[in-house]
Design a protein. Structure first.
Lengths: 114, 113
């Protein structure tokens, strides 16, 4: 079955880059997502990458995928206090019968200090 | 374009009661998935509905059920509520079933007392 792991906490200074890491186990083709959750809110989709890609960049966000090690990272450039939140990595395998089923990691609490 | 709308936002129920939560997906989206978020278990997949049919189901007891209407709106029902059902229930809307972006609503916070 699918399993997604993340470290629990990350603390960075404002203006620095943040790198949040995730490992997954599914060996089939899959979509990999990054979501952000602020206190009391739902999940905000930040970006996603298909498992045949190596990298995707979107403004301050860069996603890197190491397919061999099944390792995914999210880099946030010039981290701001508004980036403080929990970040979830999720995978969604391409199911034979179709369907959307996300398996989430435990989430990484990002704290941005002044 | 309106986002995913979940109602109600907050709910308090007593053990043994049943509850119905509602989700209106983004206009044009046909897939609705439900997730439960708790501090202990994290985010767990409940089920997905596409074109009024359940496509996938997670490992939850039969007390958890759902349905989807012809306008793609979905409801989930939990019967015989237990204290452990207290959670944030999140609904995700996708254009199609499989390999597409999933957009989440704000969730319904259910407290069982």
């Amino acid at each position: 079955g699918e399993d997604v792991e993340q470290s629990l906490f990350l603390s960075v200074r404002e203006g620095d880059s943040s790198v949040i890491n995730c490992t997954y186990t599914d060996s089939s083709s899959t979509y990999l997502y990054w979501y952000k959750q602020e206190p009391g809110a739902g999940l905000q989709l930040l970006t996603y990458i298909f498992s045949n890609m190596d990298m995707k960049q979107d403004q301050r966000l860069t996603v890197l995928l190491n397919k061999k090690d099944k390792h995914l990272s999210l880099r946030i450039a010039d981290t701001q206090t508004g980036d403080s939140a929990i970040y979830f990595c999720a995978e969604s395998p391409i199911l034979t019968g179709g369907g959307n089923k996300l398996t989430f990691g435990t989430g990484t609490q990002l704290k941005v200090e002044l | 374009k309106a986002g995913v709308t979940q109602t109600p936002r907050y709910l308090i129920k007593t053990r043994g009661q049943q509850v119905t939560l509602s989700c209106s997906p983004i206009s044009g989206h046909r897939s609705v998935s439900w997730y439960q978020q708790t501090p202990g278990q994290g985010l767990q997949f409940l089920f997905e509905y596409f074109s009024e049919t359940q496509r996938n189901k997670g490992n939850f007891p039969g007390r958890f059920s759902g349905r989807q209407f012809s306008n793609s709106r979905s409801e989930m029902n939990v019967s015989t509520l237990e204290l452990g059902d207290s959670a944030l229930y999140l609904c995700a809307s996708s254009l199609n079933s499989g390999g597409t972006e999933a957009f989440f609503g704000q969730g319904t916070r259910l407290t069982v007392v």
